[in-house]
Design a protein around this ligand. Structure first.
Ligand SMILES: [Zn+2]
Length: 469
């Protein structure tokens, strides 16, 4: 073993499958050993005291929109801002999306977005996106998979912008199956939503306070069932983003039991916040798609963190500010959809479910780091602290109580949907590639060294219900 340059001492290492007291030895940007507590290191090694702390692999956010343009709005962060906030929140890898603008090809969008990775404080990967099929798409997908971008986002909603028809979804899924890639898909049946919105508009109930009723749960379950049928008939892998209801999760789980390699992602806000916010004083600040659901639905969804049927937890981070949210609050059809969340994803889930409901910390790491790394072809470089992994390490104080306030966060916006919430536990020191970037809650190394991660094979292990690599 080469000499360690840095040692994280005295903490409890938490991996997806186990946790135990261990010292983490780091050199050359990677973990070189997990050792018995107190194992000596060369006198020159930097030592970080992690006594009483949880030492976890940095979070991997599988669903993060950086500077995303949709309709008339562009979300407000760049790679430096988004990844700075990510690292403060214990996340050290983000997976962004390259959504083509009208007329732009999937490959052009992906290569343009990939070039921004160097502005990040941490590493990033990308989902490409297919909206329309033409004869050039298979060649583009082949090039993208070969260049380490095997996951492709698709939408069954947002007609005229990013919505893809069933035939395009089928062809893309089939092509990616043969290339070793995977479709990641936003499922909400657009015809049901359009009709529901039309009825609401006619009766003057189309403002932000009506958000939940304008995009019903039925629209999500109908679309998930349709896409699952395509995947099952093709025997192709598929990853459902931001599943917001237990019914949708259970459709995927049932398909998995029939052998379909299908994954469920849920996002932090659907697991924590409910539709009561739409009747509050600022409903526009909670407008996202799918919308927040009833408290009963939130609780039913949260139970699937314990059953194992949810594969990953993302943020669906989309950094709009209050002015953008307020500007179209009277018509949800014209609103910027999405909530800022890359920094709060891990703390709200840790507090609500690990500290608050007894979810094992090992399962937390599996949902927020290991499994997102696996489904994105980034494991075991990311998502673990086993020797050889990048030394991306989040050192958590599991007991500290703190109150969320937008003014103390680092996202490029002026609000947070969790304002005023009291949380238990937060990352205090975060290492990226073996360098201390955040220490005791302060940014100590603001130099962007982000790399675009070229994804390897997607691991279907999480779909098979096993946790061992
Ligand atoms: Zn999204």
């Amino acid at each position: 073993m080469r000499p360690a340059e840095l040692v994280v001492r005295g903490g409890t290492v938490v991996e997806a499958g186990w946790s135990a007291p261990a010292d983490v030895f780091v050199a050359g940007g990677v973990v070189i050993a997990l050792a018995e507590p107190g194992t000596p290191a060369p006198g020159t090694a930097t030592e970080i005291d992690a006594t009483g702390r949880l030492v976890m692999p940095g979070g991997v956010d599988p669903h993060c929109h950086v500077g995303f343009t949709s309709g008339d709005f562009t979300s407000l962060d760049d790679y430096t801002q988004c990844t700075t906030a990510a690292v403060f929140g214990g996340t050290t890898t983000i997976v962004d999306f390259a959504i083509p603008r009208p007329g732009q090809s999937p490959a052009d969008a992906a290569y343009a977005q990939r070039a921004k990775a160097a502005l990040g404080l941490c590493d990033s990967a990308l989902h490409a996106c297919v909206v329309e099929w033409d004869e050039t798409v298979p060649g583009q997908l082949g090039a993208l998979v070969a260049d380490g971008m095997p996951t492709v986002k698709m939408f069954t909603t947002y007609r005229g912008e990013t919505m893809a028809g069933e035939d395009t979804i089928l062809r893309t899924m089939k092509t990616l199956r043969d290339l070793g890639g995977m479709v990641v898909i936003h499922c909400e049946a657009d015809h049901i939503i359009e009709d529901t919105q039309e009825r609401h508009a006619t009766s003057g109930r189309i403002g932000a306070e009506h958000m939940a009723e304008t995009r019903p749960e039925l629209a999500e379950t109908a679309s998930v069932a349709e896409v699952l049928a395509i995947a099952e008939s093709l025997r192709a892998p598929v990853y459902f983003v931001h599943q917001s209801t237990a019914e949708a999760v259970e459709l995927v789980a049932a398909a998995r039991r029939r052998g379909v390699p299908a994954f469920t992602e849920s996002v932090a806000h659907h697991l924590v916040l409910d539709d009561g916010h739409y009747t509050g004083p600022a409903p526009e600040r909670f407008v996202c798609c799918p919308p927040l659901r009833s408290r009963q639905a939130v609780d039913a969804l949260g139970r699937h963190l314990f059953t194992g049927e949810i594969t990953t937890i993302g943020s669906d981070h989309c950094c709009y500010d209050v002015a953008q949210k307020e500007s179209r609050r009277t018509d949800v059809r014209a609103m910027p959809n999405g909530l800022p969340g890359v920094e709060t994803r891990l703390p709200v889930i840790f507090s609500g479910y690990v500290a608050g409901a007894g979810l094992p910390a090992t399962r937390f790491v599996e949902l927020t780091s290991a499994n997102p790394a696996r489904t994105n072809g980034l494991y075991p470089r990311k998502g673990t602290l086993m020797p050889g992994a990048d030394a991306d390490i989040a050192i958590w104080d599991p007991a500290v109580r703190w109150q969320v306030s937008a003014g103390d966060l680092h996202m490029a916006t002026d609000y947070t949907p969790y304002e005023g919430m009291t949380l238990t536990g937060r990352p205090r020191t975060v290492l990226v590639g073996g360098r201390i970037v955040v220490h005791d809650g302060t940014l100590v190394d603001p130099v962007p060294r982000g790399r675009h991660l070229s994804a390897g094979p997607i691991s279907l292990t999480p779909a098979l219900g096993r946790t061992a690599p």
